[in-house]
Design a protein around this ligand. Structure first.
Ligand code: PEP
Ligand code: MG
Length: 322
C-alpha cells in the first residue's frame, strides 16, 4: 500500500470522474512543513499559531512571528497557506496571560473573543502575518467566530494594520483572502449571511461537533455522542457548503473529520473543496479519492441527509464505497 501511496506524492487529487479537490495539511510549527512536502500536501489548510505562544514565559514578538510565518510561506512556494489567528483559552492556557478561571472554558473567553478585547496581543500577530504575506500565498482566518460583528471587527483591525504598514512603506500582498472557521453552530446555521462577507470558510468539526451535540470533546463519558456522521452534523456541513458556493466562495474542513476514510466520500459528495488533515493522512486520502466518483456520491446526498442515525450513514457509505 505504501508503494501505491508514494506514487501519488506529486499528483493532484482528482476523483475517478475527473473532479479536483485540494488536500492540505494541518500544521503547528514551521518544522511540520517537511512532512507536508514529503506527503504531497497541496497546501496548508490550518496553521495553528498557538504553539508560538505556548510553552514560554512571555508573548512572542512580532519579529519572531514574522520569521515563522515567512518560513512556512516560502517553503510552500506559492501554494495556499491558511493561517489561523490565535486560539487560546478553552483547553489551551498561557501562563503569562492572566486568563480568568471559568466554569465552562469551552464556552468562555477564548480565541477571537480574547483577541478582540486584547488588541495589544492581536495586532502584532496581524502585522507579522501581513509583512510575511509577500513571501507566498497567504490566507488568514479567525477562530471561534459566533457573530458577524466579530468577523467584521477582526477584519477591520486587520485592514487597519494593513493601512498602517502601507503608510510605513512596508510591502503587503493585496491578494490575501480573509476567512473564518465555522466551528460554532450559529455560524453554520447562518452561513448564508456570513458567506456574503468572507472569502472562504474552514469548517472546524472538532469544535462544531462538540457544540452541536453538547458533548465535551475531552470527556470520555460523553464520547458516544461525539458523532461526526450524525445527520445533524452532515446537514450543517451541507448547508455551509451550499451557502458558500451560492456566493462563489470555497469551503475547506480542518477538523479531524476531513481525513477520515468514512467521512471523505460523504464530504466529496457534498462538494467540499479543500480537505485539511494531518500530513500522514494525505496520500491515503488521495488514493481513496482517485477511486471515488464525485457525481455518484453527490447523488446519494438527499438520502444520506434524511437518515435517522450516524450508524445508518456509516452502513450506507460502507456498502456504496466497497
Ligand atoms: C476544530 O475545532 O475542528 C479545529 C480544527 O480547531 P482546534 O482543533 O484547534 O480547536
Ligand atoms: Mg476549534
Amino acid at each position: 500500500q505504501k508503494v501505491e501511496w508514494a506514487k501519488l506524492v506529486n499528483e493532484q487529487t482528482v476523483s475517478a470522474d475527473g473532479c479536483h479537490v485540494e488536500l492540505a495539511a494541518n500544521i503547528g510549527t514551521p518544522e511540520d512543513i517537511d512532512a507536508v512536502l514529503e506527503n504531497g500536501g497541496e497546501g496548508v489548510g490550518l496553521y495553528r499559531t498557538e504553539f508560538l505562544y505556548m510553552g514560554k514565559m512571555e508573548l512572542p514578538s512580532e519579529e519572531e512571528q514574522f520569521e515563522a510565518y515567512k518560513k512556512v510561506l516560502e517553503r510552500m512556494k506559492g501554494k495556499p497557506v491558511v493561517v489561523r489567528t490565535l486560539d487560546i483559552g478553552g483547553d489551551k492556557e498561557l501562563s503569562y496571560l492572566d486568563l480568568p478561571e471559568e466554569m465552562n472554558p469551552f464556552l468562555g473567553f477564548r480565541a477571537i473573543r480574547f483577541c478582540l478585547e486584547n488588541e495589544e496581543v492581536f495586532r502584532p500577530q496581524l502585522r507579522a502575518l501581513l509583512r510575511a504575506s509577500v513571501y507566498g500565498n497567504l490566507k488568514i482566518m479567525f477562530p471561534m467566530i459566533a457573530t458577524l460583528e466579530e468577523f467584521r471587527q477582526a477584519k477591520a483591525i486587520l485592514l487597519d494594520e494593513k493601512e498602517s504598514l502601507k503608510v510605513e512603506g512596508i510591502p503587503v500582498s493585496d491578494d490575501i483572502e480573509i476567512g473564518m472557521m465555522v466551528e460554532i453552530p450559529s455560524t453554520a446555521v447562518a452561513a448564508k449571511q456570513f458567506a456574503k462577507e468572507v472569502d472562504f470558510f474552514s469548517i472546524g468539526t472538532n469544535d462544531l461537533i462538540q457544540y452541536t451535540m453538547a458533548a465535551d470533546r475531552m470527556n470520555e463519558k460523553v464520547s458516544y455522542l461525539y458523532q461526526p456522521y450524525h445527520p445533524a452534523i452532515l446537514t450543517l456541513v451541507n448547508h455551509v457548503i451550499e451557502a458558500a458556493h451560492e456566493q462563489g466562495k470555497w469551503v475547506g474542513m480542518c477538523g479531524e473529520m476531513a481525513g477520515d476514510p468514512i467521512a471523505v466520500p460523504i464530504l466529496l459528495g457534498l462538494g467540499l473543496d479543500e480537505f485539511s488533515m494531518s500530513a500522514t493522512s494525505i496520500l491515503p486520502a488521495r488514493t481513496q479519492i482517485r477511486k471515488l466518483s464525485k457525481e455518484d456520491l453527490h447523488s446519494y446526498k438527499d438520502e444520506i441527509l434524511a437518515m435517522g442515525t450516524a450508524d445508518e450513514v456509516v452502513a450506507f457509505i460502507k456498502e456504496k464505497v466497497e
